[in-house]
Ligand binder design. Structure first.
Ligand SMILES: [Ca+2]
Length: 255
């Protein structure tokens, strides 16, 4: 099949050649603009399982770029937006099926005249006065995603009036790992007649319950007020040791 010697839609020729699946066996495949946008954003945001859509009002949409990144390779950028008589806004959206853990990095150029927010469905999760993006540095966020299909959305929008400066926002290294694919480990650090201390490891943001057994068949949970949180993927906990002739311990995910 002949190669097509012209750029595809918005991407450059070089950029198109890099996108996996676009150049196959010397053949170049033309793609609709929305499909190319998804491929570019999937590469920029690094989770190959996610499908991306964008929307915008009075400003450029989120798009692939390589000038400002967290991973040193590529990232998605919104903007520049600039408030005039009307506000400007750009959304980037994907969907996942929870429960699982979502991690991403985001960055805001101007924290005074812009909002960068993260939503699960219609619920505002981070940004604005909820914290998490108050500085203009790259900022890592970790969230537990609840059970079932969930629409995820990042929104970049102007918040100052006419005459405010232009500004950009960036998103990089988005990762969603369902609980079914996650592993967690438990090691006993110390053990005495009254207590045991455990080293727990799992994906960042995990919530774990600790269980014990005498036969590896039936398991009981430690009576804890809340699941053990692992915001950084690791925790050390000391628990009152149950009265057992032989004890086995395990950690299990909590949605
Ligand atoms: Ca990237």
């Amino acid at each position: 099949m002949k190669s097509v010697a012209k750029p595809l839609n918005r991407g450059s020729w070089l950029r198109t050649a890099i996108v996996s699946g676009v150049v196959i066996g010397g053949c170049t495949w033309l793609m609709p603009a929305h499909a190319q946008t998804d491929v570019e954003l999937r590469e920029a945001l690094d989770d190959t399982n996610l499908v991306w859509k964008v929307g915008n009002t009075f400003g450029p949409p989120w798009q692939f770029q390589t000038n400002m990144t967290h991973d040193g390779i590529d990232a998605a950028q919104a903007g520049p937006l600039q408030a005039g008589i009307v506000a400007e806004l750009a959304n980037i959206m994907t969907s996942v099926t929870g429960p699982g853990t979502l991690i991403f990095w985001w960055k805001l150029e101007n924290a005074e005249c812009f909002h960068l927010t993260f939503w699960i469905g219609s619920t505002l999760i981070a940004g604005r006065d909820l914290g998490g993006i108050l500085s203009t540095n790259w900022d890592r966020q970790v969230f537990r995603i609840p059970l079932g299909p969930q629409a995820l959305q990042w929104t970049f929008e102007t918040s100052c009036g006419d005459g405010s400066p232009p500004g950009n926002a960036w998103l990089d290294e988005v990762s969603f790992v369902p609980d079914s694919l996650q592993t967690n480990s438990l090691a006993v650090l110390t053990l005495n007649a009254e207590s045991l201390t455990l080293d727990l490891r799992a994906a960042p943001g995990a919530r774990l319950q600790i269980q014990y057994s005498t036969n590896l068949i039936s398991w009981d949970s430690f009576a804890l007020p809340e699941p053990i949180q692992l915001p950084d993927g690791r925790a050390t906990v000391t628990l009152r040791r149950p009265t057992l002739s032989i004890g086995f311990y395990r950690s299990v995910w909590v949605p």
